[in-house]
Design a protein around this ligand. Structure first.
Ligand SMILES: [Zn+2]
Length: 151
């Protein structure tokens, strides 16, 4: 075998390695998450803000070759929101919820609203969107949300 043939064989090997990884029907492929919109519930907006006492609108595309098992949504305060002079330990409002109604689907456009409790403090929040498929693969998408006081 001359050098050219060896090189060609190597390139072929690399190419087939790539195609194996990109196989669309691979049940071991991790779920893919695309955050389309996060914003005011009233207008189904994409402002990345939500008002206290109102709702957060979420529109998120999910593709899971291994089929969706559950979707977890978490919203928790970023950093300290305690006001100065506040006494004692204070439970901060946060959301940690699991949706199972998408179970068994290979893809979906997740459109849900979260209620922002009147006890929520305004400020920066961390949004976590975690998809687990039936093969046990998990993907996490994150975003920053600002909770603001309703006028
Ligand atoms: Zn909406």
């Amino acid at each position: 075998m001359n050098k050219k043939v060896i090189l060609f064989a190597m390139v072929l090997g690399i190419v087939s390695l790539f195609t194996a990884c990109n196989d669309d029907d691979d049940p071991n492929a991790k779920p893919e998450i695309t955050i389309l919109e996060l914003g005011e519930g009233e207008s189904h907006g994409n402002e990345r803000t939500a008002k206290i006492g109102e709702e957060l609108h979420m529109e998120i595309e999910v593709v899971a070759e291994g089929k969706i098992d559950k979707i977890q949504v978490r919203l928790h305060p970023e950093g300290e929101h305690h006001k100065d002079g506040e006494e004692g330990e204070h439970e901060e409002w946060e959301i940690d919820t699991i949706y199972t109604k998408f179970s068994g689907l290979r893809n979906t456009t997740f459109h849900e609203h979260l209620e922002i409790d009147l006890d929520a403090e305004p400020g920066d929040y961390h949004f976590d969107f975690i998809v687990t498929d039936m093969e046990g693969n998990q993907t996490d998408a994150e975003a920053e949300i600002e909770i603001i006081e309703a006028l």
